[in-house]
Design a protein. Structure first.
Lengths: 249, 278
């Protein structure tokens, strides 16, 4: 089952051709990793999947982005799209408000007012993000006071509270220590039972550890896209082989 | 070389001390003339008395304090709303093409001498009030309107800077959860800019309560308790400025005493600002 189908995707930032003829299917309830050196377009592509690139002046996109067969750059309401396709950023970005209000933010924005329902969603999201036990007594505390790893898991909980189908993660562990990274990786693997996950990572070991499918990007092109095990053990493209064996990047 | 460094340091220090010295000299003269006068008249009668008849020796300034506070509070309520929303527009919604001209005009508004604001009040606002609501036109309402315009540049510029200083990842984080632009701005960005916005409010209040010239020109300057916002009234600053040129003896010292009250209010505002910042 494909969650996303990308057909002939091209993207420009003004004159800079950032993504070139990308064709790929992203499978539902799997973890898909995007790897490649800085500036290869992997972050640009993940930000196109929930239309965060719309915020950038001079960004032009052509091609089809089908989410469950529906073009996300068509008539689909952008706020509804972002509710369905959640995102976790590179730097943990909890809002400067309480833990509870952070997690309750998306449900509130999407119209849920009942205190009872909100309590339920907050607890469920924090449990799903494996941080309920740590935070259940600190729901009223400011989210800013948490450690970096806790903040990032809180941000995952916040994204889950919107009840998305897809979770986009843009280098979610690059600002974290190894222990927090391990916790997040464990969590991500658990989450794929319910969610389709796309993760951008600089860390090739991370891609090997957690992803089912990996795409290797270089200079805006999708060079190789395959089952993670195969891509790392038997890359077919020379440039991909050079990158994963550490010859550049 | 060492001596040159030393001399440079001394010159800088001297300049810094000049500013500090000016502050203390001003405080000293206001308080050294004002405080004895307050005790001579009696602090209770001075602050709560409603009759100001300096030639008969009656020095109650409650009316002036009341007028200053009420005009400032109303001007603040109106000016802070308009100012904050204008700042939000400039920082978050304004198309790039019209940002420059808008911003330049806001800055220009801040550079207009207050006597010209007073002019505008005399020519436009006072006749408007007279025609629309009756009464003399010179009134507390006129002062409130003028002051709410005068504090706009302070509030807009500082609030805009505070909103721009909010890291973009808050805004993007809210959008990524499906919030609309307006929701993201009002739920997340503006609350994150709260301390800077509050600072702009306090500076705006300081400007409003201290404004003299524009207020004198439109408020009518009656020393009696105003019956409504359409009545003429007199603020503390107006009282000082109007009578300083001819007052002598205790009367003159009582004007310094008003200065003590004004100064205390401004100091308290600044203290609140400093405490909030840290």
């Amino acid at each position: 089952m494909n969650k996303f189908q990308l057909k002939d995707v091209n993207l420009w930032y003004n004159d800079f051709h950032a993504l070139k003829d990308i064709n790929m299917d992203i499978k539902a309830k799997e973890i898909t990793a995007f790897i490649g050196p800085s500036g290869c377009g992997k972050s640009t592509l993940i930000k196109s999947l929930n239309r965060m690139n719309d915020l950038i002046d001079g960004c032009k996109i052509t091609g089809d982005f089908l989410l469950d067969g529906e073009n996300i750059y068509g008539n689909l309401d952008i706020n509804a799209l972002r509710k369905r396709v959640g995102m976790v950023f590179q730097k943990p970005n909890p809002f400067p408000m309480s833990v509870f209000d952070n997690v309750a933010y998306a449900p509130r924005v999407h119209g849920i007012k009942s205190k009872f329902k909100l309590n339920e969603i907050v607890e469920k999201s924090l449990r799903d993000a494996a941080i309920w036990d740590e935070l259940k007594d600190r729901l009223k505390k400011s989210a800013i006071s948490l450690s970096g790893g806790q903040q990032q898991r809180l941000c995952i909980a916040r994204a889950l509270a919107a009840e998305p189908d897809v979770l986009l993660m843009d280098e979610p562990t690059s600002a974290l220590d190894p222990i927090s990274t391990a916790k997040i990786e464990e969590l991500v693997i658990k989450l794929k039972k319910k969610y389709t996950i796309v993760i951008v990572t600089h860390n090739m070991q991370q891609a090997v550890r957690i992803s089912d499918t990996t795409g290797f990007f270089l200079l805006g092109e999708l060079i190789e896209y395959n089952n993670t095990e195969q891509l790392f053990s038997m890359p077919t493209d020379k440039r991909c082989e050079d990158y994963i064996t550490g010859r550049f990047g | 070389m060492k001596t040159r460094e030393h001399v440079a340091k001394l010159i800088f220090m001297f300049c810094a001390l000049t500013a500090v010295a000016a502050l203390f000299v001003i405080i000293f003269f206001i308080f050294s003339r004002g405080m004895p006068a307050i005790f001579e008249v009696g602090i209770g009668g001075f602050l709560s008395g409603r009759v100001w008849r300096p030639l008969q020796g009656e020095f109650g300034i409650f009316t002036f304090i009341f007028t200053s506070l009420v005009t400032t509070i109303v001007a603040f309520i109106v000016g802070s709303r308009i100012g904050l929303w204008c700042a939000i527009y400039l920082a978050m919604f304004c198309p790039r093409k019209i940002y420059r001209p808008l911003k330049t005009m806001v800055e220009l508004l801040g550079g207009i001498p207050s006597v010209l604001y007073g002019f505008f009040g005399v020519v436009v606002i006072v006749p408007f009030i007279r025609n629309a609501f009756g009464g003399p036109g010179n009134s507390m309402l006129a002062a409130m309107i003028i002051l709410s315009i005068m504090i706009l540049p302070t509030i807009i510029n500082l609030s805009e800077a505070a909103i721009r200083a909010v890291p973009s990842f808050y805004y993007e984080g809210a959008l990524a959860l499906g919030a609309t632009k307006t929701e993201a701005v009002f739920d997340v960005v503006v609350p994150a800019a709260k301390s800077g916005v509050n600072a702009s409010y306090i500076l705006g209040v300081g400007r409003a309560i201290g404004e003299t010239m524009a207020v004198i020109m439109v408020i009518g300057n009656s020393p009696h308790m105003p019956e409504s916002v359409l009545s003429p009234a007199r603020t503390m600053t107006a009282a000082i400025a109007l009578e300083m040129s001819y007052a002598t003896g205790l009367h003159q010292n009582m004007l310094f005493a008003i200065g003590v009250v004004l100064f205390t209010i401004v100091i308290v505002l600044n203290l609140i600002l400093t405490i909030r910042r840290h």
